[in-house]
Ligand binder design. Structure first.
Ligand code: ZN
Length: 400
């Protein structure tokens, strides 16, 4: 009753197949890989890994004992092998079991694809000359010379038509290719001309303003470019068309479905790219006046400066990156790795909230910053939980 498989899901299984070959021999497909994969699963569920040899021994023995159930060659069917490992030891606390059971059973199964692996309905026909084709049919059907000559004439006529069509198509294709090349060339020329014009203009400006001022202008341009590439987006929206969805006192009067429709005007991929989305409900006046003993801004400011310093130090060896927001996916895997409990929490949240891979990266990124604000080197579960909370609009609960 207290077996860990029932409570903590300490269980892992694999699936592999044995096929009968053309030579009559039976082969098990990728047995070693399957055994290794089961070991990986054991690792994830805190079970001791089952030795590869034990796995292979059991699979081979089961197949041998059930040899007569292995379907014949080319039937598309096979003998399916299902190894299962699970915790049987009684264990009430959160701890791996001290006892496990490994079982393996086999059963014949049909092909994975309905109807099995089948050939395509296409045939490759060797191109044969009209006279040979006519001769072959004449011989097969025992035709007269006149019939054979008629067939040959027909096939020749067809061939001429076919060849013409082919020629036309090839010509058309060649023309289209030429046009495409031409357009590409024109585009490149235009780009080069614009670049030339810009350079010429710069030379004129230089003449007018002088060397020193021109240098300043170029620097300003560069800075402007950088600014345009680097920005922080802050946006707000009403929760629904009437504005009172989730309002603590007033009733939302939007018809069913309208709120979702309203929200769906922001595309999912766009939402994914926004790090934080939070819902802000109106605060009643009495509450506002109560909020006197909250943290003063100066302390918050110090905390932000400190967190920024941590980030500067973190990325000191990376050009152009000075804060968590700029981390690439690869850097995320280095600097924003949650601990085991955190990973588990995130995995659950991903499934429960149906989050995308992009949202996953955002959560890690934000949790890294939350941990920095907390002056914590490691990302702990509560940092992750907070970051997950900042993805309000991902939730099915919103207007769901
Ligand atoms: Zn409303």
């Amino acid at each position: 009753m207290a077996a860990t498989v029932i409570h903590y899901g300490q269980e892992a299984f694999e699936g592999l197949k044995a096929f009968r070959g053309k030579d009559g021999k039976i082969r098990i497909f990728r047995m070693h890989d399957n055994a290794r994969r089961l070991q990986d699963s054991c690792d994830g569920t805190l079970m001791p890994p089952l030795p590869v040899e034990k796995f292979e021994e059991a699979a081979m023995k089961a197949v041998k004992l059930n040899e007569r159930f292995v379907p014949p060659y080319e039937s598309g069917a096979s003998l399916y092998i299902r190894p299962v490992l699970f915790g049987t030891g009684p264990q009430v606390g959160v701890k791996p079991a001290n006892e496990y059971m490994f079982i393996l059973f086999v059963t014949p199964v049909g092909p994975y694809f309905k109807g099995g692996f089948q050939t395509t309905p296409f045939v490759i026909m060797p191109s044969i000359s009209p006279d040979k084709r006519a001769a072959r049919i004449a011989k097969e059907l025992n035709l007269t010379n006149e019939q054979k000559a008629q067939l040959q004439a027909l096939f020749e006529k067809e061939k001429i038509q076919m060849d013409q069509k082919k020629g036309q198509m090839q010509q058309q294709k060649a023309e289209m290719d030429k046009q495409r090349q031409e357009m590409k060339k024109q585009r490149e020329e235009m780009r080069a001309q614009m670049e030339e014009a810009r350079k010429a203009e710069d030379a004129e400006i230089r003449k007018i303003v002088g060397e020193e001022k021109f240098k300043q202008l170029v620097e300003k341009r560069e800075a402007q470019k950088q600014k345009m590439e680097n920005f922080m987006l802050v946006a707000s929206m009403n929760p629904c068309p009437c504005g009172y969805y989730n309002h603590p006192e007033k009733e939302c009067v939007c018809a069913p479905g309208v709120v979702q429709k309203y929200l769906s005007r922001i595309s999912g991929p766009l939402l994914d790219r926004i790090d934080i989305h939070i819902e802000i409900v109106p605060v009643p006046f009495e509450k506002l006046s109560e909020m006197t003993d909250s943290e003063p801004s100066t302390i918050v400011r110090d905390r932000v400066i400190k967190a920024r310093q941590i980030q500067e130090l973190r990325f000191r060896d990376t050009d152009g990156v000075y804060c968590n927001a700029q981390m690439s996916s690869k850097q995320l895997r280095t600097y924003a790795v949650p601990d085991k409990a955190g990973s588990e929490l995130l995995k659950n949240a991903m499934q429960r909230l149906n989050l995308s891979a992009r949202a996953y990266d955002r959560i890690l990124k934000v949790s890294r910053t939350i941990a920095d604000l907390d002056d914590s080197e490691n990302i702990l579960s509560h940092h992750l939980a907070e970051a997950i909370n900042y993805r309000n609009l991902d939730r099915e609960g919103w207007a769901g």
